[in-house]
Write a protein that binds this ligand. Structure first.
Ligand code: AMP
Ligand code: MG
Length: 406
């Protein structure tokens, strides 16, 4: 049995970079950028005003006070987007609106709040350091500079920067396709009749949702009965996808055929057991240039394995840069954790921001078949091998698998 860290390294090592495609700006959210993006212009294009007020020469305000204000002639009125025709000479000012370029001769903007807001003549009631309220040319982007690097995950701010760089079409990673197979004679699909002893196929749907959320395209292969032949046929039918994921059939039970099917197809298996709970049986194989992940059938085990192994693989395949593993942070425990101590255990917790720190509340049911314990769980608190109890109030290393709410 190998460690989780070793398994994650083997997974990342086995992943190939997928191709790219061009999409329009509006379609880039959550995609991985696959080109370097440079600024086409200085932004802002020139020095401009951050405030509504009067473009002035700071020297003219040097002695201004509330009782003896600087009195300046207003020679022009300037809206954002229009250019000044006149130059600000000593003793004069241009009324200016936020965003307008600073007229020649001026070096400072007296914001309207320190003036009498006059229109022919303006009184300014205090001095300002030269450059006050001026946004400098190129302070956001300078023409030709790299503003987004290949490998960035595109969020709302990146979309804005792409727009500023005048990119209407952008090269992004192709979405990986992920075939999803559920194995088990006892499994019936959502609309099926739930006879006694049968289990509803929830895994195909939770795994497909995880794949979509990670930026991939799930392909539902369906439910496969527990026979060698059916398992082989299902795997073969899924081989046009970039990744193959199955749930169930990977333990050492009499009806677990995934490993046998992979062997029969000539797959090269990298590992089939990882020292963790839930999810000890996890298979990683390479089959005709595809990666095959065989996850355990228990709904919690297969979701946890997807977070720890498959999401990093999808991110790498899309060319995302940076640390691809889910982040782990130390959080304070809002309840105690128990484990048998025989293997590292990942326990579902709800991490919240409370009292200026992160606090993890363990879900009450920690059974690996309890799919409802994944609802609201956004963290996996780690109880290391050999530890049987961690008390409330202690700090515990927690893998984040969802956003933190307050
Ligand atoms: P297995 O790993 O095949 O031994 O399956 C372990 C347990 O996971 C089974 O007894 C089922 O209760 C459950 N299980 C397997 N496949 C699914 C599925 N597709 N949806 C929900 N539960 C499942
Ligand atoms: Mg099974």
């Amino acid at each position: 049995m190998i460690s989780v860290e070793e398994a994650q390294q083997r997974v990342l090592h086995a992943v190939h970079l997928l191709g790219a495609e061009r999409v329009s700006l509006r379609e880039t959210l959550d995609r991985v950028l696959r080109e370097d993006v440079h600024a086409t212009h200085d932004i802002p294009q020139g020095d401009n005003t951050a405030m509504d007020g009067y473009a002035v020469r700071a020297a003219d305000l040097a002695t201004a006070t509330a009782d003896a204000p600087a009195v300046l002639r207003v020679i022009e009125d300037l809206a954002a987007g229009s250019l000044a025709r006149k130059r600000v000479e000593p003793g004069s000012a241009v009324r200016i609106m936020t965003g307008a370029l600073i007229p020649d001769g001026a070096d400072t903007v007296a914001h309207v709040e320190i003036t009498d807001a006059g229109s022919a003549v303006v009184r300014v009631f205090r001095p300002l350091a030269s450059g006050t309220n001026v946004r400098r040319r190129g302070e956001d982007m300078t023409r030709g500079s790299l503003v987004l690097a290949c490998g960035a995950r595109i969020g709302p701010a990146e979309v804005g920067v792409l727009a500023s760089a005048q990119k209407s079409m952008i090269r992004v990673a192709r979405r990986p396709t992920v075939a999803i197979i559920s194995t088990g004679d006892e499994i019936v699909d959502v609309d099926g009749v739930l006879e006694l002893g049968k289990v509803i196929n929830s895994n195909s749907y939770s795994l497909a949702a995880l794949a979509s959320a990670a930026g991939a395209i799930p392909r539902m292969i369906g439910i496969v009965p527990d026979t060698r032949e059916a398992t082989i046929a299902a795997i073969e039918s899924a081989l046009e996808s970039d990744f193959l994921v199955s749930s169930g059939g990977v333990s050492v039970g009499a009806y677990d055929f995934v490993k046998e099917a992979l062997d029969a197809l000539g797959a090269e298996t990298s590992f089939w057991q990882v020292s963790m709970k839930p999810g000890k049986p996890v298979v990683l194989s390479t089959l005709r240039d595809r990666l095959y992940f065989g996850l355990p059938g228990n709904p919690v085990s297969c979701m946890v394995s997807f977070h720890l192994f498959i999401i990093p693989a999808l991110r790498k395949a899309m060319g995302e840069l940076g640390d691809l593993l889910p982040p782990a942070v130390d959080v304070r425990l809002g309840g105690s954790l128990r484990s048998r101590g025989d293997r590292r255990t990942y326990q579902r917790v709800r991490v919240v921001a409370a009292g200026g720190e992160l606090v993890a509340f363990p879900m009450t049911a920690q059974g690996f078949g309890v799919s409802t314990s994944m609802v609201e769980a956004n963290g996996l608190a780690i109880v290391e091998e050999g530890i049987t109890r961690i008390e409330e109030g202690a700090m515990v290393r927690t893998v984040l698998i969802g956003p933190i709410r307050s």
